[in-house]
Design a binder for this molecule. Structure first.
Ligand SMILES: [Zn+2]
Length: 84
């Protein structure tokens, strides 16, 4: 199972082809996603700043069903995996 941290520092063999990689699918079976951003607000009581902080969280939305792609969410935001 590939973990998300490997996305940035690509360690791929020189003869690698995309066809060697497993396609990641939405739970609806669609394979195309679009960018989205969620925002989390952090209370100033937590950070000690004078105002609340806003943290953008990148999400990928399925172009078919519109749901956020759970597998690409930060670990803390992932919904419980549904085992079929
Ligand atoms: Zn979908």
């Amino acid at each position: 199972m590939m973990n998300q941290q490997q996305m940035g520092g690509q360690q791929l063999p020189p003869d690698f082809k995309l066809t060697d990689a497993r396609e990641m699918l939405c739970e609806c079976g669609n394979n195309t996603f679009m960018d989205g951003v969620r925002f989390r607000k952090v209370s100033r009581l937590l950070t000690g700043n004078s105002i609340d902080s806003v943290i953008p969280v990148q999400v990928f939305l399925c172009t078919a069903c519109g749901k956020a792609f759970n597998e690409m969410l930060p670990d803390e935001l992932q919904e419980t995996k549904i085992i079929k």
